[in-house]
Design a protein around this ligand. Structure first.
Ligand code: ZN
Length: 469
């Protein structure tokens, strides 16, 4: 307690925050009467239990996870894709046509307004940070903006407005399929060859460098469909040890296309062709054989699961039970952003396993409940995938934290894993009271500090967009 007393006394630097939680989830388990000191640079300096109350008081304090996969602009498409097309069966591929049409009308201002709105929703749902898989780069028609990184900068500006921790992942998207066909009309706003992509990436990195120091930049080759084998290798080199994200093995048709072109299923091909290490994050992986599941788990890479979107798009069910049994790492993403809810993502993941296996508590252990296993897995996987020193209530980590609403009726006098299970299985975002992103206290009383202005701008943007569609 000595160091704590020094910090809380008159010598504490300006901007130091002190939180006091009735109970909190630390790496070694649940603790009571926990005092947390956050330094002005947004890091946790000290954590102690059995403390006396002071500073900002909260009920249950948790590390707040990273949302490891988002396409911000798709938030504005919510509700636009639930009608049946003329084809006999509506699929991922018909949804993609709607997405391409929507893209034709989006301006830089629209993209910034939508990104700020969805980032605000993420923060209010309990995510402290987002890895934005950003692939819309050019004007409608495919001509680059005068500033090649214009739209990357709009994502950066949005994160500056909302205070969310950003890992920006500029996306390389250069072909319409494995056979090297050129991009279709709907894809030309995404397209770059590798040389132009490198310039874009450099400019985006400069913009990210102007954000607070917790912001990161990575690289995202879109998928094995959209980049050549040679360009994938170049992306790996460009990333170095920075986050490297790629969509992989989401749809049956995609697996068939890769198999036909490369002679192997996508996960098998990738594991044979590249040394997949812990800076890799493979998004979806809903189409894996048992052997691919254990193979991916053994790499130490993170599987980026997006259970609500994977349900919405009919992707299939990730084999979470066997993947976790093989010590695989995963995190949670909101992908299409059709609905932003951290607790619902975790619940949807678990229920998909139960429906498939006709079981209950599929990933719980004798020591930890279902909610606890899911939550801790998502914390570690999200932080690793974003290249972010967060994910734990521990000194040296960024203060990415959330407090559950101590006055919520269902949480009254609950403790430990039961609190998490109530939130995940019976609750929703309304139970999230406070959120800090690298120490930035952006959500209080369940609302983002700039909620009114961000919502007003989004409303105006959407009214104008609906006129154009
Ligand atoms: Zn995606």
């Amino acid at each position: 307690m000595n160091a704590l007393q020094t910090l809380s006394g008159s010598t504490a630097p300006a901007g130091t925050q002190i939180l006091f939680a009735d109970n909190a989830l630390a790496p070694s388990g649940w603790k009571e009467n926990v005092r947390v000191v956050i330094t002005p640079d947004g890091k946790i300096a000290e954590v102690s239990e059995g403390a006396t109350p002071e500073g900002t008081r909260v009920g249950t304090l948790l590390p707040a996870p990273v949302n490891l996969h988002s396409h911000a602009f798709q938030r504005a498409m919510a509700g636009m894709s639930e009608r049946r097309g003329s084809e006999s069966r509506d699929t991922f591929w018909t949804w993609r046509q709607i997405m391409f049409r929507f893209l034709d009308v989006l301006t830089p201002d629209d993209i910034e307004a939508i990104a700020a709105f969805v980032q605000m929703e993420m923060l209010e749902a309990g995510y402290a940070a987002v890895a934005e898989f950003h692939y819309v780069h050019h004007q409608p028609g495919g001509t680059p903006y005068d500033n090649i990184a214009e739209l990357s900068e709009r994502i950066v500006t949005a994160s500056s407005t909302t205070g969310i921790g950003l890992t920006l992942l500029p996306v390389l998207y250069s072909q319409g399929g494995c056979d090297g066909r050129s991009l279709g009309d709907g894809q030309i706003r995404f397209g770059n060859d590798f040389d132009r992509f490198q310039k874009l990436h450099q400019a985006a990195a400069r913009a990210v460098a102007a954000l607070p120091e917790d912001a990161r930049i990575g690289v995202a080759p879109h998928s094995l469909r959209a980049v050549t084998r040679q360009d994938l290798a170049r992306c790996v080199e460009l990333a170095g040890t920075a986050p490297l994200h790629m969509h992989l093995a989401e749809q049956v048709k995609e697996v068939e296309e890769i198999e036909a072109a490369y002679g192997k299923r996508p996960v098998n091909w990738l594991l044979d062709a590249h040394e997949v290490t812990d800076n890799w994050c493979l998004i979806h992986c809903t189409q894996m054989t048992a052997q691919e599941t254990s193979g991916l788990a053994a790499t130490g890479a993170v599987a980026g699961l997006c259970p609500i979107t994977e349900s919405s798009l009919g992707d299939g069910i990730f084999d979470g039970v066997n993947y976790l049994a093989a010590k695989g790492k995963f995190g949670i993403g909101s992908d299409s952003n059709i609905r932003i809810s951290l607790s619902e993502e975790l619940r949807t993941f678990e229920y998909s396993q139960r429906l498939r296996d006709k079981c209950r508590a599929s990933v719980a252990t004798p020591e930890k409940s279902t909610g606890r296993v899911l939550y801790e897995t998502a914390l570690a996987g999200g932080a690793q995938a974003a290249g972010r020193a967060s994910g734990a209530l521990a000194p040296g980590r960024y203060a990415d934290l959330l407090a559950l609403d101590g006055t919520a009726l269902d949480l009254d006098r609950t403790r430990g894993d039961e609190t998490l299970d109530i939130w995940v299985f019976a609750g929703d975002d309304r139970m999230v009271a406070d959120v800090w992103s690298a120490g930035r206290h952006v959500v209080t009383g369940g609302r983002h500090r700039q909620a009114e202005a961000i919502r007003d701008r989004y409303r105006t943007t959407m009214r104008a967009l609906r006129q154009k569609l």
